[in-house]
Design a protein around this ligand. Structure first.
Ligand code: IPE
Ligand code: MG
Length: 296
């Protein structure tokens, strides 16, 4: 076993399961409690947020805390905010999570507002968290980093590239760039936030950044593969959409087999970054493996 991994994979799985249970409680508590929030809006937000996604991004936040030997609870607000942003992006991207999408369960206007409200809520959670406020400078860096990751040069920009890519052919570099923005940016910042909060060496910071980049790209390549090979039942969303919409994808460019190899190659490059950390990198390694082996 890699000496950086002080825990076995099955122990990592249990550890991540415990984090997930903890996280669900925190996430539910992040939703507004009545007040001036219209009940119909709150229902749509709750419907999309508490619908059992994999919680990959918040688990990356906690796992990176483990690697840096930090208490993961310090980053609860960050884990929640990133998942809230991810959820808003799923609503606006009209994805399904194994149940009717928000705009079908409610209506289009409500779904758009639920997404708008979730994005604002994420930043309110970050700005008002007492744990983060103990280090205001780091708190600001985190807010700035997450805003950049979901903004015009990150997720939103990546979605624009994705829209513009319909019917076009893309090179490996162009595809990788699009994926890095639309999916990679949020995954990368998730892994990086603990290093933004703590004082870490430039070396460890760079390792987490590179780890996040590789995992983000590998995750999206695997997502492209699942769109070809998966069933709606298994993935919880309709598949074959990329081909129907004539989107450039990794399976389209490289074929399925080479796309799989590429995802595994990137995972291995990510794993190679997990050396020299003060804490335990096992959960990060486990999540990197899940990114390219998941069935949904
Ligand atoms: C799906 O993300 C959309 C992409 C960015 C590829 P996830 O596969 O993480 O979705 P959930 O959160 O588990 O539903
Ligand atoms: Mg896709």
């Amino acid at each position: 076993m890699n000496p950086a991994l002080k825990t076995s994979p099955s122990k990592s799985r249990d550890r991540i399961q415990a984090w997930q249970d903890h996280f669900e409680t925190r996430l539910a508590a992040a939703l507004p409690a009545g007040g001036n929030t219209p009940e119909s809006l709150l229902r749509a937000m709750r419907y999309s947020l508490l619908s059992g996604g994999k919680r990959m991004r918040p688990m990356l936040v906690y796992a990176a805390c483990d690697a840096l030997a930090m208490d993961f609870r310090q980053l609860d607000a960050v884990a929640c905010a990133i998942e809230i942003i991810h959820t808003y992006s799923l609503i606006h991207d009209d994805l399904r999570r194994g149940r009717p999408t928000c705009h079908r369960a409610f209506d289009v206007a409500t779904a758009i507002l639920a997404g708008d409200a979730l994005q604002a809520l994420a930043f309110e959670v970050l700005a008002s968290d007492p744990e983060l406020h103990r280090r205001p400078e780091q708190q600001l860096r985190i807010i700035q980093g997450i805003a950049a990751a979901c903004g015009p040069a990150g997720m939103a920009g990546g979605q624009m590239l994705d829209l513009g890519a319909v019917g076009r052919t893309m090179s490996y570099e162009q595809l990788a760039q699009m994926h890095a923005q639309k999916t990679g940016a949020l995954i990368r910042i998730a892994a990086l936030t603990p290093a933004l909060f703590a004082r870490v060496s430039a070396d460890l910071y760079a390792k987490l950044e590179t780890f996040g980049d590789y995992v983000g790209l590998a995750f999206q390549i695997h997502d492209d593969i699942l769109d070809v090979t998966g069933t709606a039942e298994q993935t919880g969303k309709s598949t074959q959409k990329d081909a129907q919409q004539d989107k450039p994808t990794f399976p389209g460019l490289l074929g399925l087999e080479r796309s799989r190899e590429e995802a595994y190659r990137l995972r291995d490059l990510a794993l190679a970054e997990l050396e020299g950390f003060p804490g335990d990198c096992a959960a990060l390694a486990y999540l990197a493996a899940v990114a390219v082996d998941r069935e949904s």
